[in-house]
Design a protein. Structure first.
Length: 441
């Protein structure tokens, strides 16, 4: 078993973690903050548009997550190859990721336009809500190729330990997005469709900004060989199965809430948006966990990788406890920002109070994601996500059978899912220590 070096400079490690985590936190929060603004804007159009938005964004989120491997896998490849002194290999990996992003994004966009009505029906959409949700999905699908290109650019820059540029791009794109939404929804009275067109425009701008930053980086994209593209597709297969499993649960939670009625669905949309904004903040610690673990393993320094993992996990747990208190406090006033409907506000308060209990375990699950991504064991992540669904499904089924369980039942099921993820990923980290001298954090 490895031993921690006695002369470890913990302050220096904390500064390195903070240097990546703080800008990453801003970039990560930019997207859920936009989603909150989107929900607030659409919420003032009425309950029906808010319900349509809940269904549409739930469907689109899993489509977006399916391509997120373009960011995570690229980060690991760039970080590890640069640490090994192989910038050429890193550049080819980035070029391959951009190639896959463009091709897969175009194919996915066409597919989503065609199957949008079926997806909406499966999520419980009906009548006018189904029509509005379908229109939103079809417009938003046009931005998917640009979103996928942005994922690649994000992974490239983070792998180079640059989180400041993604922060600037994310903030800029989302400011443009909100401004366009206000103009389209309230100025042009375009309704829910105006919200979707604002998002597409912002995604085009973000993709252009990431492409420019990638070309000007110290390790620009290079023409990929066939093996480089095959490697991206191979990683994508393993991570996409994991991502489907990861996305199925929030999607299923929305479907369960939809079958409880329009009021619980609208309340869940508000509660989940707020919870996601806060809980995903712990991904800011997953970023240095992934970058430092992958880089130190690339250098062959397993003790340094262990230290980075331990430090980010401890910080994540502490941060998660704080987020639990913040989530509960938001229940006192935040729902009124999103709706004037008393019944919806009450449902959102209930959802927020129960979701607050899940924040500490969510923090551990998210940071362990970063640690295992740093290990590059995508098969283990896929396995953990698939098994964790078994912790969610029985309770979700119980809510469908006994509607009186309501949103507390939905959030209890989500909490069990998060706990299962954390435990399964911890076991993988522990086994890596037993087999290679790398102890769990």
């Amino acid at each position: 078993m490895s031993q921690t070096a006695p002369d470890v400079n913990w302050r220096d490690l904390d500064r390195r973690i903070a240097r990546l985590a703080v800008p990453a936190l801003g970039a990560i929060l930019a997207e859920p903050l936009y989603n909150l603004a989107d929900t607030a804007i659409v919420g003032h159009l009425g309950r029906a548009p808010l319900d349509a938005l809940a269904i549409a964004t739930s469907a689109l989120s899993i489509v977006a997550w399916l391509a997120f491997f373009l960011s995570t896998a690229t980060t690991t490849q760039v970080s590890r190859n640069v640490a090994r002194g192989r910038p050429g290999a890193a550049g080819r990996a980035v070029g391959a990721a951009y190639t896959v992003a463009a091709g897969w994004g175009a194919v996915t966009s066409v597919a989503i336009v065609l199957i949008a009505p079926v997806v909406v029906a499966l999520l419980g959409g009906h009548a006018g809500i189904a029509s509005a949700a379908t229109g939103y999905i079809r417009i938003s699908a046009l931005g998917l190729p640009f979103l996928y290109l942005s994922y690649t650019g994000n992974g490239h820059l983070i792998g180079l330990e640059d989180t400041k540029t993604p922060l600037l791009i994310a903030v800029g794109a989302n400011i443009v997005n909100v401004a366009l939404e206000f103009a389209f929804v309230f100025g042009l009275h375009a309704g829910l469709a105006g919200s979707a067109w604002g998002t597409v425009a912002a995604q085009v701008l973000a993709a252009a900004a990431y492409g420019y930053a990638s070309r000007r980086s110290k390790c620009p994209p290079a023409g990929p060989a066939r093996d480089d593209i095959s490697a991206v597709l191979r990683d994508g297969h393993r991570l996409s199965v994991r991502t489907i499993a990861l996305g199925v649960v929030p999607l299923a939670a929305t479907a369960v809430a939809a079958r409880l009625g329009p009021v619980p669905l609208a309340g869940q949309q508000i509660a989940y948006r707020l919870w996601a904004m806060l809980s995903l903040a712990t991904d800011a610690l997953a970023v240095p966990a992934q970058v430092f673990v992958s880089a130190e393993l690339g250098r062959g320094d397993r003790v340094a990788a262990e230290r980075a993992a331990r430090r980010t996990l401890a910080g994540g747990l502490a941060f998660g406890c704080v987020l639990g208190l913040v989530t509960a406090a938001l229940a006192l006033f935040a729902p009124a920002v999103f709706t004037t409907d008393p019944a919806v506000k009450h449902a959102a308060v209930v959802g927020l109070l129960w979701s607050a209990l899940t924040q500490p375990v969510a923090a551990l699950a998210f940071v362990y994601d970063g640690v295992i991504l740093g290990l590059g064991d995508y098969s283990a992540m896929r396995r953990a996500m698939l098994l964790a669904i078994l912790a969610f499904a029985p309770l979700a089924a119980a809510v469908l059978r006994f509607h009186w369980l309501g949103l507390p039942g939905v959030w209890t099921a989500l909490g069990c899912w998060l706990a299962a993820r954390a435990v399964l990923l911890w076991r993988r980290w522990a086994s890596s220590g037993a087999s290679s001298g790398l102890r769990p954090g």
